[in-house]
Each structure stands twice: as structure tokens, then as C-alpha cells.
Write a protein that binds this ligand. Structure first.
Ligand SMILES: NC(=O)c1ccc[n+]([C@@H]2O[C@H](COP(=O)([O-])OP(=O)(O)OC[C@H]3O[C@@H](n4cnc5c(N)ncnc54)[C@H](OP(=O)(O)O)[C@@H]3O)[C@@H](O)[C@H]2O)c1
Length: 270
């Protein structure tokens, strides 16, 4: 029997109040974490997600402390405050999931530089700053057998260039962070930190719901597995890549998309 777990670990998940970040936080709660720190901009969302995760833990008989800190990590000072408040609340950090992200779509002629920049600020700059801040903490406790983990929430959009709706900044941002992750994997691997990127296909969340409402059925039909991504698809991968058993996996970009990107598109022609 193979037991994948994160027993006793402290995990930090940016954008952990809904969607893929909340699924990720839930995976840690259910699989042995001692502390799970989440953040998002909205205080109320933080409170509700904290209550949700505490309830999940209670139902599953798990002892885990949930810490929710409201911060806009796309703002440099607020990202630093998030880091400082996290380190006041926990003694160590074992796992960092740089998940918070946003998208914007418009045809090239209408696509403003401001919209492009906003996406890059969160999806790339904040990922860089978060990793930069937490790396010295992560480095303290890593061992060759059980290195500390950085997971970057990239996207299959980092692997294919086809884009019918004009998410220019999103494509650039996700390719950028996947590539940065490979570079960091080389640099931090010897320091007992692994860096891997997740490349989900389409999962129903607030971010993807607009597109899914017009093309969701088509996307499910055209997917080689005949469906969209589900919560468990992500949770299983997150726990595996955070487990001791995955200590030799470093610098990958792992598609979680039913194989659709092999067809050369991450969304169908609309
Ligand atoms: N859903 C998909 O199909 C899919 C596919 C591939 C990759 N992804 C990636 O997965 C990640 C999560 O996406 P999702 O679909 O779960 O999106 P989502 O439902 O919109 O959730 C985004 C999360 O990030 C938080 N957030 C947004 N801006 C923030 C900021 N400036 N500072 C701190 N937190 C912020 C949001 O909370 P607040 O609004 O309260 O700040 C929320 O908790 C993103 O990186 C996305 O690119 C998603």
C-alpha cells in the first residue's frame, strides 16, 4: 500500500478562498496538514473559506489550524504584509502553492495594455514575489528525503498557443510562470526545495464559468476523457506532488486536462 500524505505539514495557498485554490487547501486539510494558510483580497471570502475548511476538517476528524489572511498580493507591500502575517501565525512553511490568478479576454484591437498588465502583475509578478519571500523559510526545514515544495498553478494555456478569445496576457503569464518554475527547480533543487507547475485544463470555477456557460458542453465533448476537470482530479495531483514519494519530481509542468492539449488547443474554436 502506498500512503501519500502531508502529515504535520504547513501549507500556504494563495487564492485559497474559492476554485482551484480552495480545492487545493481542502486536499491538505483532508490529508494530514497541521496548518493551512489561505489568502485572497476579500475579508468576507477569507472568513467563509476558513469556516468551510474548518467544517471539512471537523467532519473528517482532522486536527488542523486554518489561517485566513486578506491581502492583495498583486500589490508589493500587501504581498509582503501577507508573508509577515503568515510567519507570525506559523512556525514554519513546508509547502507553498502560488495559485492566485486572473484572466482577461478581448480581441487584439480592444485589448488594453492596462488589462494585460493587470494579469501579468498577479499571474507572474506576485508569483515571483511570493516565492522570493517564502524561499528562505522553505529552505530551513527541507531534507533530501523530503524536500520542501513549491507548486505553481500554471495552465495548459502555457503549453498551446491557440486562443480564440484573446487571453493574450493570460497565455503570456502562464508560459512565463511555467518557464520560471523550471529555472527555479534547477536553482532550488540542490537546496532541498522542489518546484513543479500544474497545468489544469478547464475546471468549473468563477474564472472559467463565463466561457464554460457558452462552450462547456462542447469542451467536455471534445475532451479525450469526455468531461471537464473535477475537484478530485486536482486534489490527487496536489497531494502526490506534495508527498514524500514525489521527492525526485522537480521542474515539471504537469497537464491535468484529460489529454486535450495534445490536440493542439486548450479551448475549442468558438
Ligand atoms: N479554472 C480553470 O479552469 C483553470 C485552468 C487552468 C489554470 N487555472 C489557474 O488556477 C488558478 C485559480 O483559478 P480559479 O479558476 O480557481 O479562479 P477563481 O475561482 O477566480 O479564484 C481565484 C482566487 O484568487 C484570489 N485572488 C484573485 N486576485 C487576487 C489578488 N490580487 N490577491 C490575492 N488573491 C487574489 C481570489 O479571491 P479574491 O477575488 O477574493 O481576491 C480567489 O480566491 C489561477 O492561477 C488560474 O489561472 C484555472
Amino acid at each position: 500500500m502506498v500512503d501519500f500524505n502531508v502529515n504535520g505539514k504547513t501549507a500556504v495557498v494563495t487564492g485559497g478562498t474559492r476554485g482551484l485554490g480552495l480545492h487545493t487547501a481542502e486536499a491538505y486539510v483532508l490529508n494530514g496538514a497541521s496548518n493551512v494558510v489561505i489568502t485572497s483580497r476579500k475579508q468576507q471570502a477569507c472568513k467563509e473559506a476558513q469556516e468551510y475548511l474548518e467544517n471539512v476538517a471537523q467532519q473528517a476528524g482532522k486536527t488542523v489550524k486554518i489561517i485566513a489572511i486578506a491581502a492583495d498580493i498583486a500589490k508589493e507591500e500587501d504581498c509582503t504584509r501577507f508573508y509577515n502575517e503568515t510567519m507570525k501565525a506559523v512556525e514554519k512553511v513546508d509547502i507553498l502553492v502560488a495559485n492566485a490568478g486572473a484572466s482577461w479576454g478581448a480581441p487584439l484591437k480592444d485589448h488594453t495594455v492596462a488589462a494585460f498588465r493587470k494579469v501579468i502583475d498577479l499571474n507572474v509578478v506576485a508569483v515571483f514575489q511570493t516565492i522570493k519571500l517564502f524561499t528562505p523559510e522553505l529552505e530551513k526545514a527541507g531534507t533530501p528525503e523530503d524536500p520542501l515544495r513549491i507548486l505553481i498553478m500554471s495552465s495548459v494555456a502555457s503549453l498551446v498557443a491557440s486562443d480564440p478569445v484573446g487571453v493574450y496576457g493570460y497565455l503570456a503569464s502562464k508560459s512565463g510562470v511555467s518557464h520560471m518554475g523550471k529555472n527555479l527547480a534547477l536553482q532550488l533543487g540542490p537546496r532541498n526545495i522542489t518546484v513543479n507547475s500544474l497545468a489544469p485544463g478547464f475546471f468549473p470555477t468563477k474564472m472559467s464559468n463565463g466561457l464554460l456557460s457558452v462552450a462547456g458542453d462542447m469542451m467536455a465533448e471534445q475532451n479525450p476523457r469526455g468531461r471537464l476537470g473535477e475537484k478530485e482530479d486536482l486534489m490527487n495531483v496536489v497531494i502526490f506532488l506534495s508527498s514524500k514519494q514525489a521527492n525526485y519530481i522537480n521542474g515539471i509542468v504537469l497537464p491535468i486536462d484529460g489529454g486535450s492539449y495534445n490536440g493542439g488547443a486548450f479551448m475549442p474554436k468558438l
